[in-house]
Design a protein around this ligand. Structure first.
Ligand SMILES: [Fe+2]
Length: 200
């Protein structure tokens, strides 16, 4: 046990900041290509480049069987009708699963099987856990009015692979319609955008 650097971690329940950890911030500009509506994305970015989410990763050990975890905060907002989201990733070690624990706010996990492209949306809420199986693309989405706070726990050697999602993105989007989250096929949502209708 002595090789583990720290057994106890404290984090701020408001900001998700972890003592002694330099978190990673993703701003809107870092999410180019992630949202389905490119016109709405450029319009939003023209106004402001806010932090969309932060992740503070805790890496107590890198030995065989060790675990890492990250405290994530995803802020509320939309681009077009699409709720703020994380880039999403696969694990470099594809078999690696992950457990998400919801702490605050109202979120969804978008899961997509890499091979079959089958899409599943699971609620990420306080007092709930979501099991992300291996070989599954996963993205977190904030569908509520307050910051979404959660923890993801994964094998130390899982690794993060963003390339596949940067190439093809998820097949499914979650959009706000009359104040409520609605799950839609990405292609269908893109066909419904005003610029697609007017040829803008
Ligand atoms: Fe993950």
């Amino acid at each position: 046990m002595s090789r583990i650097t720290s057994l106890l971690t404290r984090f701020d329940p408001e900001t998700g900041k972890v003592e002694g950890v330099q978190g990673v911030s993703r701003r809107l500009a870092d999410l180019r290509g992630a949202f389905a509506d490119p016109v709405a994305f450029e319009e939003a970015l023209h106004k402001d480049n806010p932090i969309v989410y932060t992740v503070s990763s805790v890496t107590p050990g890198d030995g065989k069987g060790d675990l890492h975890y990250g405290v994530g905060v995803l802020f509320p907002g939309t681009v077009g009708q699409e709720y703020y989201l994380t880039k999403g990733h696969l694990h470099s070690w594809r078999e690696a699963a992950e457990i998400y624990v919801g702490l605050h706010g109202e979120g969804r996990m978008l899961l997509e099987d890499e091979a079959t492209k089958e899409s599943t949306v699971v609620e990420l809420l306080p007092n709930s856990t979501v099991y992300v199986p291996g070989h599954t693309m996963h993205r977190t989405i904030n569908v509520g009015p307050v910051p979404l706070l959660y923890i993801g726990i994964y094998p130390a050697d899982a690794g993060h692979d963003y390339r596949e999602i940067a190439k093809r993105n998820f097949r499914t989007v979650i959009v706000e319609k009359e104040g409520k989250p609605v799950v839609m096929d990405r292609e269908e949502y893109m066909r419904s955008l005003p610029q697609m209708k007017t040829g803008r």
